[in-house]
Design a protein around this ligand. Structure first.
Ligand code: SF4
Ligand code: SF4
Length: 169
């Protein structure tokens, strides 16, 4: 862990939710390479991901409907940051890096409340953002070209056939 600040105590519940940019990339299935520990993203999306908007269509009920859905909290980030996309604001904050410049907090919504949240975020950041991150356009094209998991087919076969090879997410 980068430092002792508990991100969940540092942010209000509402602020924590606003940190997500709804890219939806974390809701794509991934394959773990046991030899390298690396996570490889696939184009297979969770059945509850709205591929067009990037939202979960069962957000309040997601852990019941999808038992493998991962809760993102300060505690779970200890492990989840390894497989979350590099641009994800939660991973950025866990690693104390700045958010990507296209994050909606910089571009959308209530400017005053965004400014308060952004000043908290700035207080956490201590590292350069020197990790190569996807552009917003690339993320949108990945999400919109994703296909929903087919429960009638073997999930392993679907995953292996749909590995995203050309980009580091
Ligand atoms: S990858 Fe991060 S920013 Fe994108 S939807 Fe998931 S939690 Fe939100
Ligand atoms: S159930 Fe979980 S993994 Fe599936 S779309 Fe909703 S938040 Fe994403």
């Amino acid at each position: 862990m980068m430092n002792k600040i508990d991100l969940r105590l540092f942010f209000t519940e509402e602020e924590w939710e606003k940190i997500c940019d709804h890219c939806g990339i974390c809701c794509l299935y991934k394959i773990e390479d046991y030899d390298t520990g690396e996570y490889i993203y696939t184009r297979i999306a969770c059945p509850f991901l709205d591929i067009e908007k990037g939202n979960c269509i069962s957000y309040l009920d997601r852990f019941h409907k999808m038992p493998t859905c991962a809760k993102i909290s300060a505690e779970t980030l200890e492990i989840a940051h390894i497989w979350m996309p590099r641009h994800c604001a939660y991973r950025c904050l866990y690693e104390r890096r700045p958010l990507p410049p296209w994050h909606p907090l910089f571009t959308q919504g209530n400017e005053q409340s965004n400014a308060q949240l952004l000043s908290k975020i700035t207080a956490l950041v201590t590292a350069e953002n020197d990790i190569e991150m996807c552009s917003k356009e690339k993320i949108l094209s990945i999400r919109k070209s994703a296909i929903q998991m087919n429960p009638g087919k073997k999930i392993e076969k679907q995953l292996v056939a749909n590995v995203i090879k050309d980009i580091k997410i």
